[in-house]
Unconditional design. Structure first.
Length: 151
């Protein structure tokens, strides 16, 4: 049985879910904005309440955001934020922390080594690997450029 192009195209339109682009972009903008606003508020609080300089406050703020993401992932709240806010929740540092913790939580039933130990770097492992590899390669290029007088 042969299906015509028109029939097939109608079928594809019927079964393909609609993707409300503007709604998704607004949600991502709001979600990322709220995360960044919380981070900025924590940083300002650290500077005013504890008298920390900007660099030290930024370091503590990063730790706070990572810990918050880990706790919210463990409590199954962050996945709901990601489902609602899409890329707005995945882009900041909280999204990276979520991507490290979520597989570890999912596979903890398989044990500490084969579950958590193996799965914790499922998503983050390639990011870490290629980040280190590319920084090493750029370091070699800069070093060679300094030796050859290019830089």
């Amino acid at each position: 049985m042969e299906i015509s192009k028109e029939t097939y195209n109608e079928y594809v339109k019927k079964v393909t879910p609609s993707n409300p682009l503007w709604k998704n972009m607004l949600r991502a903008f709001l979600t990322g904005g709220v995360i960044c606003t919380i981070g900025q508020a924590v940083m300002g609080w650290l500077q005013s309440a504890y008298g920390l300089d900007q660099q030290t406050a930024a370091a503590w703020n990063t730790l706070f955001l990572i810990l918050s993401s880990i706790l919210l992932t463990g409590l199954n709240i962050y996945p709901k934020v990601v489902k609602w806010g899409g890329a707005g929740a995945l882009v900041p540092i909280t999204g990276f922390a979520n991507s490290v913790v979520a597989p570890a939580i999912e596979y903890k039933v398989e044990g500490q080594v084969y579950g958590v130990g193996v799965k914790i770097f499922t998503i983050a492992g390639p990011v870490i690997l290629f980040g280190i590899l590319s920084s090493w390669a750029l370091g070699v290029v800069c070093w060679a450029g300094q030796i050859l007088g290019w830089l």
